[in-house]
Design a protein around this ligand. Structure first.
Ligand SMILES: Cc1cc2nc3c(=O)[nH]c(=O)nc-3n(C[C@H](O)[C@H](O)[C@H](O)COP(=O)(O)OP(=O)(O)OC[C@H]3O[C@@H](n4cnc5c(N)ncnc54)[C@H](O)[C@@H]3O)c2cc1C
Length: 319
């Protein structure tokens, strides 16, 4: 089924007027707290420490995207480098049976300059290189998030180039894109760390599946390719159908629990995250923080009409 509200909510994610309206409601802050660890690094570190202590790994996202000037891209890089150093100082035990670094950062190339009007790809690549060098020094991993489809080629080319020096550098593939089965084949080789997600942006019909059933079917085809390959799949989904399929594929391909990981978003299906972790699976929680939470929040609202209803009801009763 297609969620009829999804296009409208995703359109709001790029509307400055809507942003001003939503951020003006005091209750918005409470809702943001469900999905975002906080606005400061200090708040983030407390959440990351608690998750690590409870046996879950983390991937931290400093919120911000579609940076419009070089200075801002540089500031984002500086924040990531400071974040990496502080994450490295956390107590972060390796999970038994896995060689995965328990602490990772996730970064959007558009936050590092990819969409700058001049030299965007070169600036983003240079910034990502500096970020990876700091991460390597601190034994923290990095995964490059997937953004809208106009950035896919540049993002994958950048990851491919930097993996020669940083072989642990991960990429994200979005199952709703029609191209992704082919990308999974290209990235299923040894050493490749691929996070497979459904995809969260508003995409045209000619590049992306729109129906939920088609997206899930594509996800399952892509997951099978990654699971049968020799890389390290990262199963990023909350969908029970996907999680059940992952379990079957793990059994069918003879993968051990350290040969792949589950990933979920902070604040979503926390009980299921803990259940999987207690059953000796590697589970990583994607934890965003920072003041630029608007785009992230609208994508979470678009995924689930119930979240939007909850949000609107809270706004109505508090305004
Ligand atoms: C670790 C991680 C990293 C991600 N990185 C990216 C990325 O780089 N690029 C990108 O485009 N997308 C990214 N996503 C988002 C992803 O593309 C989907 O939009 C999102 O995960 C919802 O898809 P789903 O597989 O959980 O299935 P869905 O079919 O959307 O959801 C299945 C079930 O999960 C629960 N659920 C899902 N979403 C929510 C929600 N917002 N609130 C409450 N419950 C919910 C509900 O129970 C729902 O029925 C990431 C997701 C994860 C988990």
């Amino acid at each position: 089924m297609v969620n009829p509200l999804r296009p409208a909510i995703l359109a709001a994610s790029s509307s400055p007027r809507m942003k001003r309206l939503l951020t003006g409601f005091p209750v918005t802050a409470q809702i943001v707290r469900r999905f975002v660890a906080g606005e400061t690094r200090e708040e983030l570190l407390a959440v990351a420490a608690a998750l690590s202590a409870g046996g879950r790994m983390v991937s931290v996202d400093f919120l911000g995207e579609y940076t419009t000037d070089r200075e801002q891209a540089r500031d984002t890089l500086d924040e990531y480098c400071a974040l990496i150093r502080e994450l490295a100082a956390l107590e972060r035990p390796m999970l038994p049976g896995t060689t995965a670094q328990p602490v990772e950062v996730s970064v959007k190339l558009s936050a590092l300059g990819l969409t700058l009007p001049v030299d965007g790809p070169a600036v983003a690549t240079e910034n990502l290189h500096l970020l990876c060098a700091e991460a390597a020094r601190c034994a923290v991993w990095v995964t490059v998030d997937a953004e809208d489809h106009t950035t896919t080629d540049a993002t994958l080319a950048t990851v491919r180039a930097l993996r020669a020096e940083f072989p642990w550098l991960g990429a994200v593939l979005q199952a709703y894109l029609r191209r992704t089965e082919a990308d999974c084949r290209a990235f299923a080789g040894a050493g490749s760390r691929i996070r497979l997600c459904k995809g969260a942006y508003r995409e045209p019909h000619d590049v992306a599946f729109r129906r939920a059933s088609e997206v899930t079917a594509s996800y399952l085809r892509c997951l099978e390719i990654l699971m049968r390959g020799s890389g390290y799949p990262m199963v990023a989904s909350h969908d029970p159908e996907v999680l059940a399929a992952a379990e079957r594929l793990v059994a069918g391909t003879g993968r051990a629990s350290g040969d792949f990981e589950y990933q979920m978003l902070y604040g979503i299906r926390d009980g299921e995250q803990m259940r999987l972790a207690r059953a000796d699976n590697a589970v990583r929680v994607y934890v965003p923080y920072g003041s630029q939470w608007y785009g992230y929040l609208t994508r979470r609202l678009a995924e689930r009409p119930a979240n939007l209803t909850f949000f609107l009801r809270a706004v109505a009763s508090n305004s």
